[in-house]
Each structure stands twice: as structure tokens, then as C-alpha cells.
Design a binder for this molecule. Structure first.
Ligand SMILES: *Cc1c(COP(=O)(O)O)cnc(C)c1O
Length: 386
């Protein structure tokens, strides 16, 4: 089966057997517990919904299929998925090498909880260069955490090359694939060990659910993660599982349109006199355009741009838009816009933001699937305000 077909059929096969009702949509199984006839035989294997739930199982099956993985586990949020990963696979004194231009919440989790409270060491490096990752490895390094493209500057890391150097040392490579979705990039096929998604974004796609997932092939790692999913309890609810199942059905068509709109917006912005720079891996001038072509099958729906102006002009610009909701988050059908320096990345220290290249005039945009002419007209009219 091809991607679009998997996205509609995996995990949602109508039950036509005895007792089945033939629902073409997976029901939302709300029960917290499951009755059994015989004390030692749980009905259909179900005992308690934190441990296993049919709606979450259906979603996990689908998410695994979409990433080309053997296993998937769904959690209450992207950060709950990351928390479970670190709790499962690392201990105090272990070392994480992470890309420096990460989602702000990931950095906060690594630094302010796992480092500050549990003594997990963390180094942040510019992972655009494999040599920087290589140099940062220590004898206690257990995890390399990549986001490619990064948020908000759309920097890439060479997932295959980094996976290559680390596997000789038995280090786990985890990739946050939220920006690309499995439709445009499949890190496991490039050699990564674990893929993470905030399903809140493109996978659900409608800005009405918070969730996260881990996908992987290794059965030993899977057993550890599955143990933690139940033991620590950060599971995804049946209702949210249903929403994401529903969202994934249209992932392919949405991603195509997100990308088409983002590409047109990137071309428009790059020739605008009030724009200093556009960050989008689909533009030939992106410094890692060749790598983008190699490891992604599309450039996605996210881009950032720097206006020729200060913070107050950037504020005026984003507040002056009509169709772009001024909001954090991304990957919904509606276009969103935000200022990383004071919104999504406000938790990153100012000095560090400067070092990474997140200026006050940087604007991050999530291209929705509206008619792009309306979006372009909106962007143009707000430029008249600054
Ligand atoms: C949103 C996001 C997360 C965190 O996910 P939540 O579902 O909000 O917990 C992690 N990484 C990236 C790239 C994100 O965009």
C-alpha cells in the first residue's frame, strides 16, 4: 500500500466478524476498564485503558505505518512523548547532544528538568555540521536529539551521516519530525532510531488537539518505551486518538497544499523590498538545499523571514494581518504567524537566541491551505503598515 492508502485504511478495518458492527470509522472506546468472563482471560486482551485502549491502538498502528516503523506509541503531548523517551532510555549522569536551534519547549525540558533536577548532561551544538555533533560526543553520550528542519530557522541536519557516526558507538539518534510529517521525511529510513512527532501539528492538522508520538523499529527499545507509557502514564486519550486518526486521513492532500502555498509565499517574500531574508528549504538559496533534496521529498509548509525593521515594526506587521492568526503552534489548515523572540522562543535566553540567529525581526509563518491569493494579498496589505 502507498502512503495515501495507508493513511486511510491502516488501523481502521471494519469489523465484519461475529459481534462486529462494520463501522467504517474506528469507534471512540471511552471505557476505562474492560469486563471479562474468566478471571485470567482479559477480553480481547484489554484490561485497563492506561495500558491498552482499542482507539489508541488503532492510531498507533496507523502512525507506525506512516513512518514506515514497526511500532508507534501515542502520548498526551509531544513533550510527554519526549519525557517518556528520556525517562525510558537515560539515567542520571548520561549525556544528550542536542541541536541548538530546537523547539523551545524541548530545550526547556532537557535543561530545566532533566539537567537541573536529574543530572542528565546536555550539550547544544550547531547540528548543521556533522563534525560539531561528532566532537560533542562523550563516553557517557546516550542520545543525540535532532530536529530537521529546525524551528524557527529551518536549518537541516544530515540525519543519515549523523546516524552513521553514532551507531558505531551505540548511541540512540532521535529525530523530531514534526515540521515535515512522515509525508515529506522518514528519518528511520535514513538510519535514525526513534522519530518523535507533536501530533498537535500537521498529523492532526486542525488545531484542535494536543498529542505526541514516538515511532521506532527496535523491539528492545520499544518494550522499554511501552513500559514507561503505562508506568508513567502520559497516554493519549481515546477522544484525542480519534481526532488524530481522522486528521491523518487527509495528511497527504493537506501537506501538498501547505507546501504549494509556502513555496509561493516564500517566492513572494524573497523579492519584497521590506524583507531581509527568507528561510525556507524549498528555495535554491537555502544553504542546505542539496541536503533538503536528498533527505526530504518536499520542503513543507513552514517558513521564517526577517523583516528590515525592529521588534515594534515586526509586532505591527503580524498584528496587521487579517487571515493569518497571530498564534503559537503550526500545521493547522489555517495560516498562523508569530514572533519567535517573544512568543515560541521566549524561554530561550536572549544571548542564546542571538547566537543561534533568532533576531527580534524574525517572523515565523505556518502556511495554511486557504487560497494562496488571499494569503498573498493579506501579507502585502500588512507591509503597507510598516
Ligand atoms: C509543538 C512542538 C513540540 C511539542 O509538542 P506539544 O504537542 O506541544 O507538546 C515539539 N517539537 C516541535 C517541533 C513542535 O513544533
Amino acid at each position: 500500500m502507498k502512503f495515501e492508502t495507508l493513511a486511510i485504511h491502516t488501523g481502521e478495518k471494519p469489523d465484519l466478524g461475529p459481534g462486529g458492527t462494520g463501522d467504517v470509522v474506528m469507534p471512540i472506546h471511552l471505557a476505562s476498564t474492560y469486563a471479562r468472563e474468566k478471571v485470567d482471560i482479559p477480553t480481547a486482551g484489554y484490561e485497563y485503558s492506561r495500558t491498552e485502549n482499542p482507539t489508541r491502538d488503532a492510531l498507533q498502528e496507523r502512525l507506525a505505518a506512516l513512518e514506515g516503523a514497526k511500532y508507534a506509541l501515542a502520548f498526551a503531548s509531544g513533550l510527554a512523548a519526549e519525557t517518556s523517551l528520556v525517562l525510558s532510555l537515560l539515567k542520571s549522569g548520561d549525556h544528550i547532544v542536542a541541536a541548538d536551534d530546537l523547539y523551545g519547549g524541548t530545550r526547556r525540558l532537557f535543561s530545566r528538568i532533566f539537567n537541573a533536577n536529574f543530572g542528565v548532561e546536555v550539550d547544544y551544538v550547531d547540528a548543521q555540521d556533522v563534525a560539531n555533533v561528532s566532537r560533542a560526543l562523550k563516553s557517557n553520550t546516550r542520545l543525540i536529539w535532532l530536529e530537521s528542519p529546525t524551528n524557527p530557522l529551518l536549518k537541516l541536519s544530515d540525519i543519515a551521516a549523523i546516524s552513521e557516526i553514532t551507531h558505531q558507538r551505540n548511541i540512540i539518534v532521535g529525530v523530531d519530525n514534526t515540521f515535515m510529517s512522515p509525508y515529506f521525511q522518514q528519518p528511520l529510513s535514513l538510519g535514525a532510531d526513534i522519530v518523535m512527532h507533536s501530533t498537535t501539528k500537521f498529523l492532526n492538522g486542525h488545531s484542535d488537539s494536543i498529542g505526541g508520538a514516538l515511532m521506532l523499529n527496535d523491539s528492545t527499545l520499544y518494550e522499554k518505551l511501552k513500559f514507561t507509557q503505562n508506568a508513567a502514564g502520559g497516554i493519549l486519550s481515546p477522544f484525542e486518538s480519534y481526532l488524530i486518526l481522522r486528521g491523518t486521513k487527509t495528511l497527504a492532500v493537506r501537506m501538498d497544499r501547505h507546501q504549494e502555498n509556502a513555496m509561493k509565499i516564500a517566492h513572494y517574500l524573497r523579492s519584497h523590498p521590506k524583507v531581509k531574508h527568507v528561510f525556507y528549504p524549498g528555495l535554491e538559496e537555502h544553504p542546505q538545499y542539496d541536503l533538503a533534496k536528498r533527505q526530504m521529498s518536499g520542503a513543507g509548509g513552514m517558513l521564517s523571514f526577517e523583516i528590515a525593521g525592529n521588534l515594534s515594526q515586526a509586532k505591527k506587521y503580524v498584528e496587521g494581518l487579517e487571515y493569518f492568526a497571530l498564534a503559537e503552534s503550526l500545521g493547522g489548515v489555517e495560516s498562523l504567524i508569530e514572533l519567535p523572540a517573544i512568543m515560541t522562543h521566549a524561554s530561550v535566553p536572549a544571548e542564546e537566541r542571538k547566537r543561534i540567529g533568532i533576531s527580534d525581526g524574525l517572523i515565523r509563518l505556518s502556511a495554511g491551505i486557504e487560497n494562496v491569493d488571499d494569503l498573498l494579498a493579506d501579507l502585502e496589505s500588512a507591509f503597507k503598515l510598516i
